[in-house]
Write a protein that binds this ligand. Structure first.
Ligand code: NAP
Length: 257
């Protein structure tokens, strides 16, 4: 079977581990040259090494996605090294739960900056090139917490709800340039982010499994498979959409013990 992304350049933010790493490996396995970003380049080196070991092409870049100057410099560097970007996956994100009454302004700001402003900055940075190139594909990683409210997640839920709307606005503005913009919203996916929250006692993995109709947490590969579909020609008429990958969580209205 022929590979889907031969000749394409993909950028995956937050590709050092977790969902971003799975997406980067998967796009590379389909022939894309992949730029893997993390807060510092060294953090993404293992992903790059894994891609190269499997015969693919990749480079790592350090870019704090909420910093406008770093984003501008990073995309200039990517352009210099790899040319125009065909696929951008805005994946980098954080979750720092705090009850609203105790929540600091800083907690609000970091969620909005890292989960949300970053998508504006990175998408704008590639949109001009994509327009000149005749098109491209942007995929924003949202969350089921963009549609569902959970306690102690004011900043996270607000930032992820914004991702859905940002996806739609960019999609309708840029459709005429051949740029498709979609959102993939995962349910609970077993990554370091979730393991850390579980270690801090803020989540209980067995409860999450029980609440999920498929009775398991997702994997990075579950999300990467959806990214591969949305980024491909098979999804050519899909833009401004949110695709939920959650083992049935969002559809399930009944709490079962
Ligand atoms: P993770 O394991 O904590 O990985 C986060 C990634 O984002 C790392 O590569 C990290 O790089 C990068 N990152 C964090 N802050 C950054 C910043 N300021 N600038 C640039 N990069 C930054 O998280 P994950 O679970 O894979 O989550 C990835 C995305 O999926 C996030 O947007 C998250 O909200 C979303 N999501 C996750 C789940 C889940 O259950 N896991 C569910 C729904 C949505 P460093 O290594 O340099 O820190």
């Amino acid at each position: 079977m022929s590979k889907k992304f031969i000749g394409k350049v993909a950028v995956v933010t937050g590709a050092s581990r977790g969902i971003g790493k799975s997406i980067a490996l998967s796009l590379a396995s389909q022939g894309a040259r992949v730029v893997c970003t993390a807060t510092i380049a060294e953090n993404a080196d293992t992903t790059v090494a894994d891609i190269k070991e499997a015969g693919g092409q990749a480079m790592s870049i350090g870019c704090r996605v909420e910093d406008p100057d770093m984003v501008k410099d990073s995309f200039a560097l990517i352009h210099q090294n790899y040319g125009s970007v065909d696929i951008l996956v805005n994946n980098a994100g954080i979750s720092k739960p705090m009850l609203t009454m105790e929540m600091s302004e800083e907690n609000w700001d970091i969620h909005m900056d890292i989960n949300c402003k970053s998508i504006f900055l990175c998408s704008q940075a590639v949109a001009h090139q994509m327009k000149e190139n005749g098109g491209g594909c942007i995929i924003n990683i949202g969350s089921i917490l963009g549609q569902n409210a959970f306690p102690a997640t004011l900043g996270y839920c607000a930032s992820k709800a914004a991702v859905d709307q940002m996806t739609k606005v960019m999609a309708i503005e840029w459709a005429r340039f051949g740029i498709r913009v979609n959102c993939i919203s995962p349910g609970y996916i077993r990554t370091e982010l979730i393991d850390q929250l579980a270690r801090e006692g803020k989540l209980k993995l067995s409860d999450l499994e029980r609440r999920t109709p498929q009775r398991r947490l997702g994997t990075g590969a579950d999300v990467a498979n959806a990214v591969n579909f949305v980024a491909s020609e098979d999804a050519n008429f899909m833009t401004g959409e949110t695709l939920i990958i959650d083992g049935g969580w969002n559809a399930f209205g009944y709490y079962q013990t």
